[in-house]
Design a protein around this ligand. Structure first.
Ligand code: HAM
Length: 433
């Protein structure tokens, strides 16, 4: 047992996993750019109040899961690691006066989030999100555009079977009356509620709607539905979001029980799950509209909508679905030599190749040529540059390790030859050994 280990609920991403994550980051950055979202980066920690106010003091994320940082001084600021990106991005929107920029302001961020949750499969204390936010557009067209972007991300990542659940949770005009009606309904059935849900009833009655407890699920079947209580403006907005989604061919499942775990949402709410698996740890992402958040954090009233996709969960789902990892980097050359001691020449030639933009490494150990070549093959190198006696005449051997072919190349034109060989790698580098 090593003395030090990664903290509980976190994990190291070793090269194959980090490469797989980098691929997702790349897909996200590429899609975001194509849809007109600009990258932003906010600090990993904020004043705790940004999250307490923004996300809501009686949400699980704030009440139970916030990573609070111990202040170093008595009167120190209360800071917390970010549990999600939206509150920080909206804080930045207000701080930098982005309401004077052309609206909407479309921003994207990918990074680690921190929630002090009970660790389990798919639920980590440090996890990655790909996030987009469109601030300043009341929708409904942008709502559909953002949901379509999420769907496109999953498809591009290789998850073909993703279900998107959609709901509208109303706004300040219609939700309070609905919540009161819902709470009254649960109170009528208090005896049927498990203790945990009884506890949540008075503080967050909406959360009972997405309870997985069988007794609550049964109760919910008869509970009043928010979609039947929307005010005219919310109902029209919801209908239009659906019409836009239909127009761009996004498939979704209406789910009147879908409520989100953060308080800032209004109207459109959605979540994505792997098909056939809507367990609590399985959500691949979620988002929605937050028309009151900018004002809540001190800005002028400004509507907004966004989503956060859980990249760790996407990786897990890809693994489960048996989607193979693609680890293709550029074809790599390894510089080896017949004189084990001559590390200078090997390092020099590899340095020149890298300076020319190629992927190359030198054998810097002092083992025999046969071992050097074996190691290169084990590493999955594509080419070996072999230095021998011919170097005196300005030549080295260039070997295609896969094809097993080899030929003499002038050192002066090695980079060019290697580049050409890399382009036609699968056809070998020349006419035989
Ligand atoms: P969220 O639903 O709390 O929304 O998180 C989004 C996604 O992050 C989840 O669907 C899940 O895939 C992933 N996730 C959350 N917690 C964990 C965890 N402990 N371990 C692994 N993955 C996790 C938000 O965060 C909102 N900011 C989304 C949003 C953006 N709404 C509007 N704009």
């Amino acid at each position: 047992m090593p003395a030090y280990r990664a903290p509980r609920g976190t994990r190291d991403l070793l090269p194959p996993d980090r490469v797989a994550l980098a691929r997702l980051e790349h897909i996200g950055a590429d899609l975001a750019a194509r849809y007109g979202y600009h990258p932003i980066e906010t600090p990993l920690f904020e004043q705790a109040a940004v999250f307490e106010r923004g996300i809501g003091a009686v949400t699980d994320v704030v009440e139970k899961e916030l990573f609070l940082l111990q202040p170093r001084e008595e009167d120190g600021e209360r800071w917390a690691l970010r549990p999600e990106p939206t509150a920080g991005i909206v804080r930045a929107f207000v701080q930098h006066g982005m309401q004077t920029w052309p609206q909407p302001v479309k921003l994207t961020m990918t990074g680690q989030m921190f929630r002090y949750d009970r660790p389990q499969a798919g639920r980590y204390r440090s996890f990655w999100q790909f996030d987009v936010e469109a601030i300043g557009d009341p929708g409904p067209a942008v709502d559909a555009e953002i949901i379509e972007l999420a769907a496109r991300f999953y498809a591009a990542a290789g998850l073909v079977d993703t279900t998107i659940y959609l709901n509208s949770i109303g706004d300040a005009a219609c939700r309070p009356a609905y919540v009161a009606e819902l709470a009254a309904y649960y109170r009528e059935h208090l005896a049927e509620l498990p203790a945990f849900e009884k506890g949540r009833l008075e503080r967050a009655p909406l959360r009972l709607l997405d309870s997985k407890d069988e007794r609550v699920v049964a109760l919910n079947a008869e509970a009043p539905k928010i979609t039947e209580r929307l005010c005219d403006a919310c109902a029209a907005h919801f209908a239009s979001v659906r019409a836009h989604l239909d127009a761009v061919g996004v498939r979704y499942v209406l789910n009147p029980y879908l409520v989100r775990g953060l308080d800032y949402y209004t109207r459109t709410a959605f979540e994505a799950y792997p098909a056939g698996d809507d367990g609590q740890q399985s959500a691949l992402g979620g988002g929605g509209r937050y028309d009151g958040l900018v004002e809540l954090l001190g800005g002028r009233p400004t509507p907004g909508i966004g989503f956060g996709l859980g990249l760790d969960r996407v990786l897990l789902a890809l693994e489960k679905a048996g989607v193979e990892r693609v680890m293709e980097g550029p074809p790599v050359a390894v510089v080896v030599g017949s004189d084990p001691a001559d590390t200078v020449t090997r390092l020099r030639i590899a340095t020149e190749l890298r300076a020319a933009g190629l992927a190359a490494r030198a054998e810097l150990g002092q083992r025999k040529l046969g071992k050097q070549l074996e190691a290169a093959a084990r590493d999955g190198a594509h080419f070996a540059v072999i230095i021998g006696d011919e170097l005196a005449g300005g030549h080295v051997q260039l070997r295609d390790l896969e094809a097993g072919t080899q030929r003499a190349v002038e050192v002066a034109s090695l980079a060019r030859e290697l580049e050409r060989a890399a382009k036609s790698h699968h056809h070998g580098v020349g006419e035989g050994a």
